[in-house]
Design a protein around this ligand. Structure first.
Ligand SMILES: NC(=O)c1ccc[n+]([C@@H]2O[C@H](COP(=O)([O-])OP(=O)(O)OC[C@H]3O[C@@H](n4cnc5c(N)ncnc54)[C@H](O)[C@@H]3O)[C@@H](O)[C@H]2O)c1
Ligand SMILES: [Zn+2]
Length: 270
């Protein structure tokens, strides 16, 4: 009915709605600009920035994450990916594990993006003390970062489980079936599988860096993978910044929050 299209003030509801949407959009972009200015200010005042990141840091380099709509967890496999990349699955069916690992988890030939580059730059300028990452792709180091605390290991390190010999990621990628060393031992990637514990030296160093941080920027992580996500509790400051496309369980803790892509924010900080 026509009457339903009009508000009590006589203004067509559709027009009022559009105006409200435009107003909200403008308000949001003003807020985003103000937030970005605050972030820039904090960065300029900081000397011990720590960046804590996850798979979302590398999506703009072309490596899919796990939990976004186009991430690995929303693709169809015979088993749930969490199961395939678990220690018990690796022991039970190493052949299937390595097939999945080679196809889906061994990101070779990718380049760092603006986020990796800016973080490396901040370290060089003496503003950033550490990058704590859940990623296993080695892109922070490729961008020039030195103090990278890899909580879940790296695909670039692979060791024979019998003689301990080092093998490259290319060796694993090009191998067939189960990758084997000259001695016959299985070559296992230095990547932390579900059910395996994290390297305590790396965890301690990450906790220390976060504890000492004057600005903690968390980005590209759903913050649901533990114990990594628990590291946030070590932060003592009042400048916690979250940059993540989707909401996270820690959003309420952040002083500044951006539901944007990291590329957008870091391009503005470059
Ligand atoms: N590149 C890699 O090394 C890689 C890739 C996939 C998974 N993983 C492993 O997956 C596990 C999953 O945990 P996780 O929290 O790191 O990943 P996740 O997949 O659980 O979450 C990624 C988060 O990043 C956000 N995101 C994606 N692209 C973004 C972008 N461009 N800008 C801003 N936000 C973006 C998504 O909204 C999502 O919340 C980790 O242990 C990690 O080791 C690593
Ligand atoms: Zn060997």
């Amino acid at each position: 009915m026509l009457l339903n299209n009009f508000s009590p003030t006589g203004c067509p509801v559709g027009v009022a709605f559009l105006a409200l949407r435009r107003y909200n959009k403008r308000k949001r972009s003003v807020m985003a600009v103000q937030q970005l200015d605050t972030l820039k200010q904090w960065i300029s005042e900081s000397e011990r920035i720590v960046f804590f990141g996850g798979a979302g840091v590398s999506t703009e380099s072309g490596i899919p994450d796990f939990r976004s709509v186009d991430g690995l967890y929303n693709q169809k496999f015979e088993y749930p990916p969490e199961q395939i990349i678990s220690h018990s699955f690796y022991c039970r069916d190493p052949e299937y594990f390595f097939r999945f690992y080679r196809e889906k988890m061994l990101p070779l030939g990718f380049e760092p993006n603006v986020t990796h580059r800016v973080l490396a730059q901040w370290e060089q300028e003496g503003k950033l003390s550490a990058v704590v990452t859940q990623n296993i792709d080695g892109l922070h180091q490729k961008a020039g970062s030195k103090n990278v605390l890899e909580l879940h290991g790296s695909v670039l390190r692979n060791y024979c489980t019998r003689c301990g010999k080092f093998h490259s990621a290319e060796f694993v990628k090009e191998s067939e079936g189960i990758p084997r060393c000259d001695c016959g031992g299985i070559v296992k990637p230095d990547v932390v599988l579900y059910e395996e514990s994290l390297n305590s030296r790396v965890m301690d160093a990450a906790a220390d860096a976060i504890y000492e941080a004057d600005l903690l920027i968390v980005g590209g992580t759903s913050l649901v993978v533990y114990p990594a996500a628990g590291l946030l509790q070590y932060y003592q400051g009042d400048r916690l910044v979250l940059i993540n496309r989707d909401p996270t369980p820690y959003d309420y803790r952040a002083e500044l929050i951006f539901h944007n892509s990291l590329g957008e924010i870091f391009s503005a900080l470059e």
